[in-house]
Design a protein around this ligand. Structure first.
Ligand SMILES: Nc1ncnc2c1ncn2[C@@H]1O[C@H](COP(=O)(O)OP(=O)(O)OP(=O)(O)O)[C@@H](O)[C@H]1O
Length: 239
């Protein structure tokens, strides 16, 4: 069953087309990876799906409902959760308080109702020992984990991960991949934009390639990595 579909979605900033007639469908519980060079429009695509950017043309269908004109809050409440490429937690609040804010905002429940779930998320994302630490004092891996935890606190059915593995050491990246696998294993559908391809390919079952806002490839990771589009874009090999 399809949970999220983009139908001929386009978006321009002046003369720059960041999404050019983009169509694809995400199955319930699927993990889809998105790759493409810098500036290809990957983060813009996430912003269009989450409602942070307005679509110029086309439609976004989530659980059989047209959400194209819905504001970000409505989409978040409906189950479209996301992380941001540059984590921006409330620096002065503790890790736990950051989660409470995300949970209360993203699921419209009281602090009392969400606090137990937040504690579980902290355990699952490896942050429980940091619960009372100010978010501003966290290192990179912990900030990435907090970004993930904040997205989970909104109870997503579709989780958009924007370059969550970037800048981590090999060991840290492996740890984060395990956490993402667990989230996916619990039935959450994932779309993951990532430059760290080995991490991405160890989780996703399909890869979508974006270039200049256009979908230039979609298929199994092994097929895509061997494809003409990827070789041209990443290696400059004109085949
Ligand atoms: N609000 C905006 N106004 C004008 N141009 C923008 C805006 N947001 C993004 N862009 C431009 O749109 C293009 C696509 O940006 P986007 O961040 O979506 O790319 P990306 O594929 O995520 O890149 P990266 O891999 O470097 O994160 C870039 O040229 C960027 O400078």
């Amino acid at each position: 069953m399809v949970i999220l579909a983009l139908e001929n979605v386009s978006k321009s900033f002046g003369a720059l087309k960041v999404a050019d007639d983009v169509s694809f469908a995400l199955e319930s519980g699927e993990a889809l990876g998105i790759i493409g060079p810098n500036g290809a429009g990957k983060s813009s695509l996430f912003n269009l799906i989450s409602g942070n950017l307005r679509v110029d043309e086309g439609r976004i269908i989530y659980r059989n409902e047209d959400v194209t004109r819905q504001p970000p809050m409505a989409r978040c409440l409906a189950g479209i959760g996301r992380t941001f490429q540059i984590p921006q937690p409330f620096q002065q609040l503790t890790v736990f308080e950051n989660l409470l804010v995300a949970a209360a905002y993203g699921s419209r429940k009281t602090e009392r109702e969400v606090s137990e779930r937040c504690a579980d998320i902290l355990v699952n994302t490896g942050l429980i020992a940091r619960a009372n630490q100010a978010a501003g004092s966290l290192g990179l891996l912990q900030r990435k984990r907090l970004e993930l935890a904040r997205a989970l606190a909104t109870e997503p059915k579709v989780l958009l991960l924007d370059e969550i593995a970037g800048g981590l050491t090999e060991g840290e990246c492996g740890e984060l991949v395990e956490t993402i696998r667990t989230i996916h294993g619990a039935g959450v559908a994932i779309i993951w934009v990532e430059h760290v391809l080995h991490a991405l390919n160890s989780v996703v079952s399909r890869l979508l390639v974006l270039n200049f806002g256009k979908v230039v490839g979609l298929g199994r990771p092994s097929e895509i990595m061997e494809s003409k589009a990827v070789r041209q874009i990443y290696l400059g090999i004109d085949v």
